[in-house]
Design a protein around this ligand. Structure first.
Ligand code: ADP
Length: 467
């Protein structure tokens, strides 16, 4: 069972990790796909905006203004830098007009407002009549000239498209001759998606939320199931322990009974009244022992609701002293029993029989679990009558402290037969204390000893202190 549940838990954890990784992978993929499809969609919309007659004619105009300046350059009236600056100026001069158009169209087509557009001149060549090529602007070497749109860094943008345009320009050179020059011009368009991840994240927020909640749900489900498995295993272990214990307890009286009955049935015993009497005494004793065992199981299994208290006003210091006097009479000589009972005149409503049983149970446990020095202390602290029973016995580990008040719980299987018991004593004590609206608790250190506390409210019965 133990190996099986270990495998089950390991399997559940591995499945959970696999599921989480898969979910993470799928979520990441969905995010990536959405990002790409958003870019494609935006690109198409930008294409629809800029591939129009209006933008063509706008571009045509600044390009022609630029071409008209080429003769000045050829005739050395202006430098290359001035010529290129002119191109930039002619285009930029129309940018406001373009931006207004772009924004209007973007709104019409539902293009996200975080998408920026930019058009640049990336390469310009002048080829003379003899085929000599002069590079005014070299692609990927010189920085492109910003024409229209928003001037963002090209590294932050995505290239959408590029066009080549060729034009022959004739002019009269300094020698008064007609000369022709071919202009080869290349323009590229880019887009930039500002806060791209944020936009997609916002779009997928609902999906992420559902995925996260599902993940939480599965984690809680697995944790709950594992906890339940442990709980059931613990209960099943406790029950097995109990059955083993009770069987062990029953064995001795039963075998003694069997021997006694055999002796009685023996013809020799029938004639011998002494032997017969001895056997009958043994039978009676074992019968009583069996009866006690059964009573112990039945009575000690009672829940606090089933305990019928016969309440009476009692002075607790006097009552504790009475219980201790009786207990001290039964003590072996090797046990030291100390008392520190604070006297007061507060009376409290208790059932003497039940509360006495609880205190004696705890004192008996102190001896059973190897205590040689026992101390009982009583005082009123924080408006509670506090009875503390300490011992220097084997102590209880932190893990077990929480469990020892559970029905049938016993600490170690190994020690089961060293320390006899059914695991009902402390459960019974806790139910008795609960029935008195009190609290029971323990402080302990392994190998050093334990202190059990019974606390009964001073105003007993009027307030409910059940934990
Ligand atoms: P039982 O004594 O029959 O085992 P109890 O309900 O009285 O059952 O106690 C439950 C468990 O708590 C015990 O098996 C023991 O391990 C632990 N325990 C109780 N009292 C002490 C004590 N004084 N010192 C150490 N362990 C104790």
């Amino acid at each position: 069972m133990q190996i099986k549940s270990k495998f089950l838990i390991a399997g559940a954890i591995i499945a959970l990790i696999a599921l989480t990784s898969m979910q993470g992978y799928l979520t990441f993929n969905t995010f990536d796909l959405r990002k790409k499809s958003f870019a494609v969609d935006s690109r198409t919309k930008i294409g629809d905006i800029v591939k129009t007659k209006y933008v063509d004619s706008l571009s045509w105009h600044y390009r022609m203004d630029f071409v008209d300046k080429i003769p000045d350059y050829k005739r050395n009236r202006i430098s290359k830098e001035e010529l290129l600056a002119d191109l930039k100026f002619f285009a930029n001069d129309r940018n406001d007009e373009f931006t207004e158009y772009f924004n209007k169209e973007a709104e019409r087509l539902g293009l996200n407002e975080n998408i920026l557009f930019k058009k640049v001149a990336s390469s310009i060549q002048l080829i003379d009549e003899n085929g000599n090529v002069e590079n005014l602007l070299i692609e990927d070497k010189d920085s492109p000239i910003f024409l229209i749109g928003t001037d963002f860094l090209l590294e932050e943008g995505l290239l959408i498209n590029a066009w080549n345009w060729t034009f022959d320009k004739g002019f009269i050179n300094d020698n008064h001759q007609l000369e022709s020059v071919t202009v080869k011009y290349r323009a590229s368009i880019y887009m930039k998606i500002v806060d791209w991840d944020k936009i997609i994240f916002k779009q997928l927020l609902f999906l992420f939320l559902i995925a996260f909640l599902l993940f939480l749900f599965v984690i809680s489900l697995v944790t709950y199931s594992i906890r339940n498995l442990f709980k059931h295993k613990r209960i099943s272990d406790i029950k097995t322990d109990f059955i083993n214990n009770i069987t062990h307890e029953l064995k001795t009286p039963l075998s003694t009974l069997s021997i006694a009955t055999k002796t009685l049935t023996n013809r020799f015993a029938k004639d011998n009244t002494d032997i017969a009497k001895e056997s009958i005494d043994t039978i009676n004793r074992q019968n009583k022992r069996l009866q006690n065992l059964i009573d112990q199981v039945v009575d000690n299994s009672l829940g606090y609701n089933d305990i019928n208290l016969n309440l009476e006003q009692v002075s607790l210091p006097d009552f504790i002293n009475e219980v201790c006097d009786d207990f001290a009479l039964t003590l072996p000589t090797n046990i030291q029993f100390l008392r520190d009972v604070e006297v007061n005149d507060t009376e409290v409503e208790i059932d003497k029989f039940f509360l006495g049983t609880a205190i004696i149970n705890i004192l008996n446990n102190a001896i059973k679990f190897d205590g040689t020095v026992l101390k009982i202390k009583y005082n009123i602290t924080n408006n509670m009558h506090t009875i503390a029973v300490s011992d220097n016995g084997i102590g209880i580990s932190k893990k077990n402290k929480k469990l020892i008040f559970d029905k049938f719980y016993r600490v170690s299987e190994k020690n089961m037969h060293t320390y006899k018991g059914l695991g009902l004593g402390l459960y019974y004590c806790s139910q008795i204390v609960k029935a008195h609206h009190g609290l029971i608790d323990v402080e302990s250190k392994v190998k050093e000893g334990s202190t059990f506390y019974i606390k009964i409210p001073v105003e007993n019965g009027k307030e409910n202190f059940i934990s």
